[in-house]
Design a protein around this ligand. Structure first.
Ligand code: ASP
Length: 418
C-alpha cells in the first residue's frame, strides 16, 4: 500500500485535477490519497475567519471562495445535473450557517470549523470527478478515523484510537483507492480539529505508519527538496537522497517543503518518502530514507522571516542560571511562544521567535518586573546546514549580523537587511 499526498498547488485548478487522475491511473497499487484544500483556499478561509472576528462583513470573502470552487466544478462536470452541484451547494450552506449561528467566541475553535471546509470541498470534488471518469475511489471523511484531543489548530493525535479506526476504514476490500482529507481531524465531541498549517504531510505520515505503507509520495510543484528556497536564491540544487535525520533537521529549521512532524512516523517504520514533481511525474525527485551517504554533500540554507530577537537580563545584575532559565521557559510555555534559537551569556538570555506583538506584550507584562527586556524586530533567521565559507558569505552579504551560532554541521544567523 502507498500513501499519496497532493498539496494545494497540485490541485489548484481543473487541469491539475485531471492530471492527478492521470498520475493515479499509472499505479496499480492500493493507494490512500491525502488531499489538501485547493490552491490558496486555506489562506482565503483564514481571511473569512478574521473578517468574522473583526465584525466585518464576510459576504465578499464567502462569495470569492464559493466562486472559485464553482468555477472548477463547472469545468470538470459537463453534466449540470450531476450531484456534485448540490453537494457543493450544501457544503456552502453549512459554512454559512456555521458563520451565522455561531455561539462560540473562541477563535481557535471557530478557525478549525471554518478553515477545514477547504479540504471537505476539495475531496468531495476530486472523488466525484474520479468516479465520474470511472477511476473509482472511495471517499473517507478523515474526521471519523483520525482522532485527536481538542487542542484546536494544533491537535494531538490519539494514536491508539486512530489506529483501530483506520484499520476498520481502510480495508481495501471493495476498492484499491481511497481519498481523504489532509490537515483536518476529529475530536471525540464531534467537532473538527486541525493539525496546524501544512499539516496534510503529517496526515499522510500517520496513515503510512499505522497501515505500514510500502512508501509515501508527496506530489509537489517543485522537482524535489532544493538546497534553498528558489524564491530567494538562484542556482538552487536538488537533494537527490537524504536521510530521515537530515530531513528532520531541515524541516525543523524551517524548510517549508515538509511539515516538521512528518518524518518521525515514517522513520519509526522505515517507510521511504519520495518528494516528486507533480508536473514531471516520471522524474526521480528526492528520496528520504535511512541512507545517510549523501547527507553532507551540498550546503542547504533555510530562512525564517519576520523574526524578533528578545534579550532578557535580570534587573538585579544576577547571573542567568538554571533557576532563572526555568522561570523564563515556564512563561514561554504558558504563553505558547516557540523559540527558534536561543543563547545565554553571563547575565543575558537571547531568544529569536516568530514576531507576534500580543505575545511579546504578554511576555513583557510577566517578566518586566524582574528582567530588563529589549527587542529587535524585522529580522531574519538564516540556518545553513553543512555550511562552507562561500555559503555563509552569500547568506550574510548586505546584512547586519545580530547573533551568530555555529556547531559542526550548522551555522545560524540572526540578520537584518541593510
Ligand atoms: N490546506 C492546509 C494548508 O494550506 C493544509 C495543507 O496544505 O497541508 O495549510
Amino acid at each position: 500500500m502507498i500513501v499519496f499526498k497532493f498539496g494545494g498547488a497540485s490541485i489548484k485548478d481543473a487541469d491539475s485535477i485531471r492530471h492527478l487522475k492521470k498520475i493515479l491511473g499509472s499505479y496499480d497499487d492500493n493507494i490512500i490519497v491525502v488531499v489538501s484544500a485547493m490552491g490558496k483556499m486555506t489562506n482565503e478561509l483564514e481571511k473569512l475567519v478574521v473578517h468574522y472576528f473583526s465584525n466585518e462583513s464576510t459576504e465578499n470573502q464567502y462569495n470569492l471562495i464559493k466562486e472559485f470552487h464553482l468555477n472548477i466544478i463547472d469545468q470538470l462536470f459537463p453534466d449540470k445535473e450531476h450531484k456534485i452541484y448540490t453537494d457543493i451547494e450544501n457544503i456552502f450552506k453549512n459554512l454559512k450557517s456555521t458563520i451565522n449561528n455561531q455561539q462560540s467566541t473562541i477563535f481557535d475553535f471557530l478557525y478549525d470549523q471554518i478553515v477545514s471546509v477547504g479540504e471537505i470541498l476539495s475531496t468531495t470534488i476530486i472523488s466525484e470527478y474520479l468516479n465520474s471518469e470511472k477511476a473509482e475511489c472511495k471517499l473517507v471523511d478523515v474526521r471519523n478515523c483520525l482522532k485527536t484531543d481538542q487542542k484546536y489548530r494544533e491537535a494531538n493525535v490519539n494514536w491508539e484510537l486512530t489506529e483501530s479506526l483506520c484499520k476498520q476504514y481502510f480495508t481495501f476490500k471493495d476498492t484499491s483507492k481511497y481519498i481523504t482529507q489532509g490537515f483536518i481531524t476529529g475530536a471525540s465531541d464531534g467537532s473538527t480539529t486541525t493539525l496546524g498549517r501544512e499539516g496534510s504531510d503529517y496526515t499522510a505520515a500517520i496513515f503510512a505508519n499505522i497501515l505500514s505503507a510500502k512508501e509515501v509520495i508527496f506530489w509537489k510543484n517543485v522537482p524535489g527538496i532544493l538546497n534553498a528556497d528558489p524564491e530567494w536564491f538562484e542556482n538552487t540544487k536538488k537533494l537527490d537522497n537524504i536521510s530521515y535525520w537530515e530531513a528532520i533537521q531541515l524541516s525543523y529549521y524551517g524548510a517549508k517543503i515538509i511539515h516538521p512532524k512528518t518524518i518521525k512516523p515514517l522513520e519509526n517504520k522505515h517507510i521511504p518518502l519520495h518528494i516528486k514533481s507533480f508536473i514531471n511525474s516520471e522524474s526521480p525527485g528526492t528520496l528520504i530514507n535511512k541512507n545517510s551517504d549523501n547527507d553532507d554533500l551540498i550546503p542547504s540554507f533555510i530562512f525564517k522571516m519576520d523574526q524578533t530577537l528578545i534579550s532578557i537580563s535580570p534587573r538585579d545584575f544576577s547571573f542567568i542560571m538554571e533557576d532563572k532559565l526555568s522561570e523564563i521557559f515556564g512563561i514561554f510555555a504558558d504563553l505558547g511562544i516557540k523559540i527558534n534559537l536561543m543563547q545565554t551569556s553571563a547575565i543575558n538570555f537571547s531568544v529569536c521567535i516568530n514576531h507576534n506583538k500580543s505575545k511579546i506584550d504578554h511576555l513583557r507584562e510577566k517578566l518586566g518586573n524582574k528582567y530588563k527586556i529589549f527587542f529587535n524586530t524585522g529580522l531574519e533567521l538564516a540556518s545553513i546546514r553543512h555550511y562552507d565559507q562561500e555559503t555563509i558569505d552569500r547568506v550574510i552579504s548586505n546584512k547586519k549580523v545580530y547573533l551568530e551560532q555555529r556547531t559542526r554541521n550548522m551555522a545560524r544567523y540572526v540578520l537584518k537587511r541593510l
